[in-house]
Design a protein around this ligand. Structure first.
Ligand SMILES: Cc1cc2nc3c(=O)[nH]c(=O)nc-3n(C[C@H](O)[C@H](O)[C@H](O)COP(=O)(O)OP(=O)(O)OC[C@H]3O[C@@H](n4cnc5c(N)ncnc54)[C@H](O)[C@@H]3O)c2cc1C
Length: 442
């Protein structure tokens, strides 16, 4: 094939996956062009707020020390909401530095700065409209303005990945396999945040809260809704957002904005954001295709990485680390093909083998059925158990002059009265199945 290539590798999308892939290729002394549709990197992207230092250090090496983070996140709370309060589990570690709160715009700006320093050619404000194929192999991209050619194209174009769909690497997504998420950035002064969350003024600590359950407000009426709410503390901003399965939202005719408004009124959350000013509102999809519905990861001349390949663990809010490491492996695989001067799918499939040796495919495999189980049992997790937990704790904490044993017996019997026993067994079996999956993993 006689093609005048403009670069060794073209990477589409300058999120964590794309930057990491481009950096890897540039560090090998190759010519790499990183194309991003946004005028300012990060302006099209959205997330909760935590990046993980292990992956960042591995990708950015000594440059990691200049990352413009706002707080170290070292307090984690899992909170099960009910109509008047919550049941919380908090884990704090004052010396932990594994997660940092950083605004998405700042993260991308910094990543691009490092990438450019290492020789990556960055083309912002450039939408790739389609892939160019010759003799069945991807050989370049077509943008609104011009065509660029390279023997390998890495697709790091995020959750929708129209380009992977264009060449049949993945099917059109189904609403069942997507979470829709909305988030508000709520501004408060720094001192108020520190007082409300018991934080130090040197930003050496910060809070992440994950809320489960919808047994409150009008949401109580919706039986099949599994939603996860998150809150992160930044320097002078609180990020508050919620995600729910797109199909569940459609079936229940629910609007995520309304859900977020309900959440903001919850007695546990309202005082934390009181008098805050919403300065940013964003929405984004999260892929939940997981291991079972993973797209084809390579084809002749092309590799798919990051969210575009569905590499995310939404149970643990881990996405950027999956993107960074999978991007690096995509870069390594491209280098391997360049060394061999063989850009066939057979050579590029080394990418999958590399992924299999990491937490990426191992965790995706471990969690392959867990999300589905959570959705199947959504009514139990979101409504039934938050209610039962509340009832149990009311017995424990109320000095109501009724014997504890009679209350506990009545409470235990209520499990068999309130609901079909078969539902109870289904909950138990699902929980056991999830524990077995996590324990044995891959
Ligand atoms: C609500 C929410 C909360 C989250 N919270 C967290 C969290 O706290 N921690 C965490 O680690 N992860 C979190 N994630 C997940 C994380 O944001 C993603 O997994 C991660 O950003 C994926 O990186 P990526 O590079 O694959 O894709 P993206 O970051 O989506 O980047 C894709 C890039 O490609 C560009 N692009 C797309 N199409 C084209 C095209 N045709 N031409 C040119 N450019 C194109 C886009 O503009 C974008 O810049 C969250 C996600 C959401 C939605």
């Amino acid at each position: 094939m006689n093609i005048d290539y403009n670069a060794d590798v073209i990477v589409v999308g300058a999120g964590p996956a794309g930057v990491s892939a481009a950096l890897e290729v540039a560090r090998d002394g190759r010519k790499v062009v990183l194309i991003e549709r946004a005028k300012y990197p990060g302006s099209k992207n959205m997330y909760g707020g935590a990046v993980y230092t292990t992956a960042l250090r591995e990708i950015f090496k000594e440059d990691f020390n200049s990352i413009p983070y706002e707080r170290v996140i070292n307090s984690h709370t899992w909170s099960f909401l009910n109509d008047t309060g919550s049941f919380d589990i908090t884990y704090k570690n004052s010396s932990a530095t594994s997660a940092l709160a950083i605004k998405r715009f700042d993260l991308e700006k910094w990543m691009i700065k490092v990438a450019k320093k290492q020789g990556v050619l960055f083309a912002p404000n450039t939408l790739v409209e389609k892939l160019i194929l010759k003799e069945g192999r991807v050989v370049g991209v077509e943008t609104e303005q011009e065509q660029y050619f390279a023997p390998i194209v890495i697709l790091a174009d995020g959750v929708n990945s129209l380009l992977a769909r264009q060449i049949g690497l993945r099917a059109d997504f189904k609403s069942k396999d997507m979470i829709l998420s909305v988030k508000e950035a709520i501004k408060l002064d720094k001192k108020t945040i520190e007082e409300r969350f018991n934080l130090k003024d040197d930003c050496s600590n910060g809070v992440n809260k994950q809320y489960f359950g919808s047994y409150f407000g009008n949401l109580k009426e919706y039986k099949n809704l599994f939603m996860m709410t998150f809150l992160y503390t930044f320097k002078d901003t609180i990020m508050l957002g919620v995600g729910a399965n797109l199909e569940d939202l459609n079936k229940n005719k629910l609007n995520l904005n309304q859900i977020l408004e309900e959440i903001k009124l919850h007695p546990d959350i309202a005082p934390l954001i009181k008098n805050g000013q919403t300065v940013e509102y964003s929405a984004h999809l999260i892929p939940e295709t997981g291991y079972n519905k993973m797209p084809k990861l390579t084809s002749d001349g092309v590799i798919v990485t990051g969210d575009a390949a569905g590499f995310i663990n939404s149970v643990h809010f881990e996405g950027t680390n999956f993107a960074l490491i999978s991007g690096k492996l995509a870069g390594e695989s491209a280098i391997c093909a360049l060394e061999k001067n063989d850009f066939s799918n057979a050579t590029l499939s080394i990418y999958r083998k590399k992924l299999e040796k990491t937490f990426i495919l191992q965790d995706l495999y471990t969690y392959r059925n867990i999300i589905e189980k959570l959705y199947e049992r959504s009514n139990s997790i979101s409504i039934y158990y938050p209610k039962k937990i509340k009832e149990l704790f009311e017995i424990i904490v109320s000095a109501n002059c009724i014997s504890k044993s009679s209350q506990i017996r009545k409470y235990a019997m209520s499990y068999f009265k309130d609901r079909k026993i078969s539902e109870l067994f289904k909950d138990i079996f699902s929980a056991i199945k999830c524990v077995i999956d996590v324990f044995f993993g891959k």
